[in-house]
Design a protein around this ligand. Structure first.
Ligand SMILES: Cc1cc2nc3c(=O)[nH]c(=O)nc-3n(C[C@H](O)[C@H](O)[C@H](O)COP(=O)(O)O)c2cc1C
Length: 134
């Protein structure tokens, strides 16, 4: 399995209707493909974690890339994993500007070349903790 984190710019600040539409499609498709994860949105940005089998995650990411609701998507981190962090979420959602989360801005600024896997894991755990408390 792999876990992929990317962030992108929203074309328009997403309203509830847009987010609901994305979640509806995500939950339907991701369930079929065995993908779990979380979508964080706010401050004109999307950030999303996708985890699951390599082919399913890459195929889904490529499809998401073509979505006109956002632009400038870039992968921040991608890593092989043994376990899921978002087990119970075909797509969880967190409302908030990703950059206001501690560690995220740094993670994004450094990108893959210099991001330590511990920093990545820390941020992912934080997201999963937020989800289990909402
Ligand atoms: C920020 C963002 C995240 C998305 N995440 C997913 C996702 O996790 N899974 C998914 O199937 N579609 C996701 N989508 C929607 C896809 O781009 C696409 O519209 C959808 O998969 C089409 O579903 P359909 O083929 O069932 O009509 C996302 C779109 C955006 C803008």
């Amino acid at each position: 399995m792999i876990r992929l984190l990317y962030c992108s710019k929203a074309k328009h600040e997403p309203n509830q209707e847009t987010v609901d539409a994305i979640l509806l499609a995500s939950r339907k498709n991701n369930k079929t493909l065995g993908i779990t994860g979380v979508l964080i949105h706010g401050g004109g940005m999307y950030m999303q974690v996708l985890e699951g089998h390599e082919h399913a995650v890459i195929r889904t990411y490529v499809k998401i890339l073509e979505d006109k609701r956002h632009t400038d998507s870039r992968i921040i981190y991608i890593t092989p994993v043994k376990d899921r962090l978002f087990n119970n979420w075909t797509m969880g959602v967190i409302e908030g500007d990703p950059l206001t989360f501690e560690d995220v801005a740094e993670l994004r600024a450094n990108r893959m070349e210099s991001v330590h896997s511990d920093a990545f894991t820390r941020v992912m755990r934080k997201f999963s903790t937020i989800l289990t408390h909402t």
